[in-house]
Design a protein around this ligand. Sequence first.
Ligand code: GLC
Length: 525
Amino acid sequence: MAETKKTATKTTAARSAKTTEKTGAKRVAAKKTAKVAVKDEIEAVVSAKKSILFVASEANPFIGTGGLADVIGSLPKAIAESKAYDVRVVLPLYGEIELKYREKFKFLCNFNVPLSWRNQYCGLFAYKYEGVTYYFIDNEYYFKRKGLYGHYDDGERFAFFSKAVLEMMHNIDYYPEILHCHDWQSALAVIYLKTVFAEGYGYDHIKALFTIHNIEYQGKFGNEVLGDLFGLPDYCREYLEYDGCINLMKGAMQLAERFSTVSRKYASEIKNPFFAHGLEYMTTSNDYKLTGILNGIDEDVYNPETDTKLFANYSAEKPENKAVCKRELQKMLDLPEKENTPLIAIISRLVAQKGLDLVKCVLDELMSEDVQLVILGTGDIEYQDYFKDAENRYSFKCKTIIAYNKDLASKIYSGADIFLMPSKHEPCGLSQMIACRYGAIPVVRETGGLADSITPHNNDFRRGGNGFSFKNYNAHEMLYVLKDAIYTYGNKEEWAGIVKNAMTTDFSWKKSAGEYIKLYDNMMI
Ligand code: GLC
């Protein structure tokens, strides 16, 4: 197999040599100038430091569809602030990235990316933002489309992206110490690095860390894609094949030096078939490489004291204006302006993972209480229709907004008293942390990051908590705890204590960034 590996490396090297020949002297000269420019502008300051390259399919503020974008938009910054490492991030240059950002991106160079029998154009752009260098991989055929995912050729799009990340390195003469890849869309970057690029000059010392944000989405494809689409030699089949198909997440878990997930609890849960979506054999047999690190949130972005999207600002010390936010939200949504009626919010992707079936099961019982319910999110049509119908049935108590809207989300977090998040499984979850920051008290199921971030007030002592929680995936267990929260809300003094705890819980990246730094340090020993 070593023989095959070498041949594969040679073939890759030969291919890139051919590509360079084709581009001609002009481009080589341009590339050299670009290299110098990149070195001058970006590397000079940080050249002494060891470098981490994040590879991901979305990052705030440029482009995002969920929690991954929050993490990639804030963790690199936190690591860069610690000054321990030079941190860079590489993303696809989607056509949907707003012009106000795109016009600031600087063109560095272009090169070709071989992908099996294809040879595709790749433009490379860079932008330094809040201490972090962002690279953008450009190919309009793959990325100038509506929406980030869900296209028939997602496998090819992200194979191109992953391969381009590795080709980028020798084109700009930048080889990080650690390649930190996230979710299946960048799993192939680990796989290429540890197979066909493994012995290449510059690549041979790079260590790979693969972070799983949700084990449900694994990047599964038919067996035929290995050679024809991903351009991988046959010996790679043993790394990628699982359960009769090609599984990119499995390949990255196996080939990366280490892999991690986004809370401790989830790291232990994914060894259990209920949570592992078929990958339990991989998680248990590679247990020695697995770490769980809880995500943080960007406390500058999610700050009720400065958030300009709110009707009024407030803080843990001066929470009075939260009442203004609630009243204005009720007005805006055409709900009766009742100060003492608890307003419950759900802000979520409307999918089964989020435990919405539990809510459906007891909605009528819940609505028989003196409460208001606001739902914001998009997702499966089944849930969208259900909650729209609930709005019609309880028009003076329930509002459903089918949208992904950050502005409205902030207004709802600030106006809500209770934040319901009864997920069936939740790798980390960021909304419960954001809700805490805005003084909306989370009611959560004890799973994954929800269990690691929410301390229940409904314990024996009824003090010290920042939320409420229940254990089993059971609708009436949820309703029982939710009612506890509703009645506790009636006791203003007790409630104010919980709000204070929630608003002052440290959800910053400081601690978790420190844990990642320790992990990187360990990987380099
Ligand atoms: C995924 C997970 C979510 C996590 C986020 C960021 O969206 O479902 O729990 O918070 O990734 O890691």
